[in-house]
Ligand binder design. Structure first.
Ligand code: FEO
Length: 423
């Protein structure tokens, strides 16, 4: 059985009594926000909800698709009927048509999350005046006569301003980027489009994953609503088994290792040109292994695919990086791994650096700077050794491992400062 296209040019799509999809399809999109690949494009989902006292517009579209959006909107409402414009998220793929919509519907109230105002001001400068808006938080609502929209703050999914909008009488959750994906299919509903599971997971991993703790906080608020339909801002509308998508988010956001083992984990990564940094790495790991309730893993980055370590790093409590210095810099495999840390949250994890060098030894300091820039804690001074490490050097490496392990497990001795030393 084939499913005909639901989306037709210039036509809105009826989703429920008084609820329409008025967004746009972008089948040519292949790379989104610089970092995301899309296999078949994306969609910018926007919605109109009619109540007895007027119409709400929920989100708009990327500016290039504004004409399509307005054509669909005009099929379901006059501009003077629009009482409220809700922006669940102000990123330009959803706010692109906002300034023009505000111009065409000057009597509409603009509703944003209470974290959005500063972003709004920067986005609508072209209006020339400070836009008026209503900032809402959890439980606030807007009456449309016989139906009500209420709001759920979901900060950092994936911007500070993000929120969801709840239409209780239909059990419809307008979720913004949350539960969305870059998948373009004119059949629109999740039970009629092609298989988009890979895209759903990919979007989570690249957009939501760094905010895992916030994902879990948001799910605690959204799951009790038990929506009958989830209407995200990108990709298919989830009417078949919407709870399974929430469950998928919860599984993806829940750390597994800590729950299983109850231990702290330390990962020691290194690259080594002549074996010196490798010997240091082994000594760091040996020292750390002496610490109770700490599981230590050692990885050679030169023969590894960096991507495979991202899952491990997400769940680890501590990360140590060993790099020789080459041309006054850390080496490429180490930088590759450090650059991939933007995919996950490492804020607050413990970190350290070490490495062998020939004559200058900048790598250790540069890696430490990067760790601090990622808001990791770097409680132990990095260790650099000129060329071949001596037995004393290796013992200092073991001590670095022990000391970092002690910080990780909360057994580090408090530092006692001798005031006489400060005099
Ligand atoms: Fe789809 Fe974060 O914008």
């Amino acid at each position: 059985m084939s499913h005909p296209a639901v989306v037709q040019p210039g036509q809105p799509v009826a989703l429920a009594d008084g609820v329409h999809w008025i967004g746009a399809l972008d089948p040519q999109m292949r790379r989104f926000d610089i970092i995301l690949n899309t296999a078949n494009g994306t969609s910018y989902n926007a919605y109109a909800v009619r109540g007895s006292a007027g119409v709400a517009v929920i989100d708009t579209v990327k500016i290039e698709f504004a004409d399509e959006f307005f054509a669909r909107l005009e099929q379901v409402a006059r501009y003077d009927e629009i009482r409220v414009i809700v922006l669940n998220h102000l990123e330009p793929d959803h706010s692109g048509a906002l300034p023009e919509l505000m111009r065409r519907a000057p009597n509409a109230e603009l509703v944003l999350s209470n974290r959005a105002p500063s972003i709004l001001r920067a986005l609508v400068r072209e209006l020339g005046t400070e836009p008026e808006f209503i900032a809402v938080g959890d439980g606030d609502c807007f009456e449309l006569g016989d139906r009500r929209l209420s709001f759920v703050n979901t900060p950092y999914l994936h911007w500070p301003d993000t929120q969801c909008t709840w239409l209780e009488d239909q059990g419809m959750l307008f979720s913004g980027d949350v539960f969305g994906c870059h998948f373009c299919d004119d059949r629109l509903w999740n039970d009629t489009v092609g298989d988009f599971r890979f895209s759903f997971d990919y979007y989570y991993h690249h957009i939501m994953r760094p905010f895992r703790a916030h994902v879990l906080e948001a799910l605690d608020k959204l799951e009790p609503l038990a929506p009958r339909t989830i209407l995200p801002a990108h990709g298919p509308i989830l009417r078949q088994d919407p709870a399974s998508y929430m469950a998928r988010y919860r599984r993806l956001a829940t750390p597994e290792l800590a729950a299983r083992s109850g231990e702290k984990t330390l990962l020691v990564f290194y690259a080594s040109a002549y074996g010196n940094t490798e010997r240091m790495a082994r000594a760091v790991a040996e020292g750390a292994e002496e610490v109770e309730h700490l599981r230590v893993s050692l990885y050679d980055l030169q023969v590894s695919d960096v991507a495979q370590f991202v899952d491990l790093i997400e769940e680890a409590d501590g990360l140590v990086f060993g790099s020789p210095t080459l041309n006054a810099d850390a080496v490429k495999p180490v930088w590759e791994l450090l650059s991939s840390l933007t995919l996950v949250s490492v804020k607050g994890k413990f970190g350290a650096a070490f490495g062998s060098y020939g004559w200058s030894g900048e790598a250790v300091g540069l890696v430490e700077d990067r760790l601090r820039g990622l808001k990791m804690r770097v409680p132990v001074k990095g260790l650099k050794v000129k060329l071949n490490p001596t037995e004393d050097d290796l013992e200092r490496c073991r001590e670095l491992g022990r000391s970092l392990g002690a910080h990780l497990t909360g057994t580090a001795r408090k530092r006692v400062i001798d005031m006489a030393e400060l005099a």
